[in-house]
Each structure stands twice: as structure tokens, then as C-alpha cells.
Unconditional design. Structure first.
Length: 270
């Protein structure tokens, strides 16, 4: 269950979204009204990644409603609009970025977590254009500080040049645990963002107990400012050791098992 006391430098664990029909058979209580699914999920998890914002804008009133339905220390990450990231010239995304940032996300207030900028798997790293994009990312909206996470999905990003750019602009690089996308755990931001994509429908919790134990250890290492040595990396040099907030999401894979995996990981972290 989510703690009622906010903490500095903590590990948050969740899933992508809260509306998924199979969860009504294995996560949500029988008979729970769909209108109360976020209320329930936010009391079992400590964060949720909003995916709908990737496909279309949401109303400010929706963000305010989600804020009010969740516990005080709950946090939402959210995917930024695809119109900013799925384009040939990223440096021309300024208008799309501004429209998204000013769409009402500040209604989440203290529950506004990292913004996830997800790039197409065909988008190659072009240093000048990518830096032009990073320069467009605002540091705050309506007085709220913004955190940016970069979900880069082409192997050309696995270079020191990319890592240096991400660190210079204080953006986290998403660690993706998957065989389908580049998987590297170099820390580039003031927080760590992990998307764990290997849930297995045959396992009760979607992830084997020993692997859940290990993810708990990995999360604790990240939170303490260290870097797990067994995870794949690009650079030989590690990031400076300093405590960091950590966001770990069970995404994709056997999605019907994602909440079970998240709940089990939260138990281990407790």
C-alpha cells in the first residue's frame, strides 16, 4: 500500500495506465465500478505511467480529477505527445512540445512525475538535431519543476556522445529491460526510470521470485546513487554517486500480469 508520508529519494513502482479489461479478472475486485479503478490501483501501486497522453491531449479537468482520486504521495509519469517525437526533424518540435506542456498537466501539482519522451525505433541519433530538441524541453510549468526521461529506441544512441548530451541537459535515459529495444542502464539524470518488459503469463506474479528479489536490490542501488554492475552499459565511467528517485514500471510483455509484478516488488521494497 502507498505510504501516507512523502519521502525524499524513494523508489516508486507501477504499471502503464489503469484501464485494461484483463485486470478486471485478476487485479481489480469483482464488481468494482470502472470509474473507481484508478482510485483502487493508486492504493496498491505507488506510481502509474499515463500512456493516453502519447496519442492525444487530455483536458485540464481530467488531470485534476486524477489528482483528486489518488493518495497524497502518489505520482503520475506520463508519455509526452507523439507529435513531438515522431518527426523527421526533432529540432522543429517546439510548437508541439509547448502545446503539450501547457495542456493542463500542471493540474497534477505535486503528483506530476517525470515526462517520458518516447522516440520511434527507426529514429537514429543525429547529435545536432537531438541537442536542438533537448534545448526545447522546459524546466518548469506554472511553477512546477519538470523532469524529463528519454526513451531512445535505436542502437545508434548507444554512444558516449548521446550520454554526454543527456547528462548536460539533465535528462534521464530510460533503462528498457527488453530484447526488442536497446537496453543500457547508464545513469544520465537526477532520477532513474526503468521500463521492465519481460512479464510472463505462465508465472503467478508475472516475474520469477528470484528476479523480483533482484529488481528490489537494483532499485535500492539506484536509489542510493549507485549503478548495478550486471546491467548492460555503454560507458566505462559511472555517474557520480548521489541518491536518486527511482521509477520502475512493468510495461508490455504479459500485460495482464503487470499489476501482480508491481505489487510483489513493492512488498519486497517495503
Amino acid at each position: 500500500m502507498a505510504s501516507s508520508t512523502p519521502q525524499k529519494n524513494r523508489i516508486r513502482v507501477g504499471v502503464g495506465g489503469w484501464t485494461f479489461e484483463p485486470w478486471r479478472n485478476n487485479f481489480y475486485p469483482e464488481g468494482l465500478a470502472q470509474s473507481r479503478e484508478l482510485e483502487y490501483a493508486s492504493r496498491q501501486l505507488t506510481a502509474i505511467e499515463i500512456n493516453g497522453t502519447f496519442y492525444g491531449s487530455q483536458k485540464p479537468s481530467s488531470f485534476a480529477k486524477w489528482r483528486d482520486e489518488t493518495p497524497d504521495d502518489f505520482v503520475f509519469s506520463m508519455k509526452a505527445t507523439r507529435y513531438a517525437t515522431n518527426r523527421k526533424v526533432l529540432g522543429e518540435a517546439g510548437e508541439s512540445i509547448e502545446r503539450f506542456i501547457k495542456s493542463g498537466i500542471s493540474e497534477l501539482r505535486s503528483k506530476l512525475g517525470p515526462i517520458l519522451w518516447q522516440f520511434a525505433s527507426t529514429k537514429k541519433f543525429e547529435p545536432a538535431d537531438f541537442e536542438a530538441f533537448l534545448k526545447l524541453l522546459p524546466r518548469e510549468v506554472d511553477g512546477l519543476p519538470l523532469q524529463h526521461a528519454l526513451d531512445v529506441r535505436h542502437p545508434s544512441f548507444m554512444t558516449n556522445e548521446y550520454l554526454d548530451l543527456a547528462r548536460h541537459y539533465r535528462c534521464a535515459t530510460v533503462f528498457t529491460d527488453s530484447d526488442d529495444y536497446p537496453s543500457f542502464a547508464d545513469v544520465t539524470g537526477d532520477f532513474v526510470y526503468a521500463r521492465l518488459m519481460r512479464t510472463d503469463a505462465k508465472l503467478k506474479a508475472g516475474v520469477a521470485p528470484k528476479q523480483l528479489d533482484r529488481w528490489a536490490e537494483v532499485g535500492q542501488l539506484w536509489c542510493a546513487g549507485k549503478e548495478p554492475t550486471e546491467l548492460p552499459r555503454v560507458a566505462d565511467k559511472q555517474a557520480p554517486v548521489k541518491p536518486r528517485d527511482v521509477y520502475m514500471y512493468f510495461i508490455s510483455g504479459a500485460k495482464e500480469k503487470a499489476p501482480a509484478a508491481a505489487v510483489e516488488l513493492i512488498k519486497r521494497l517495503a
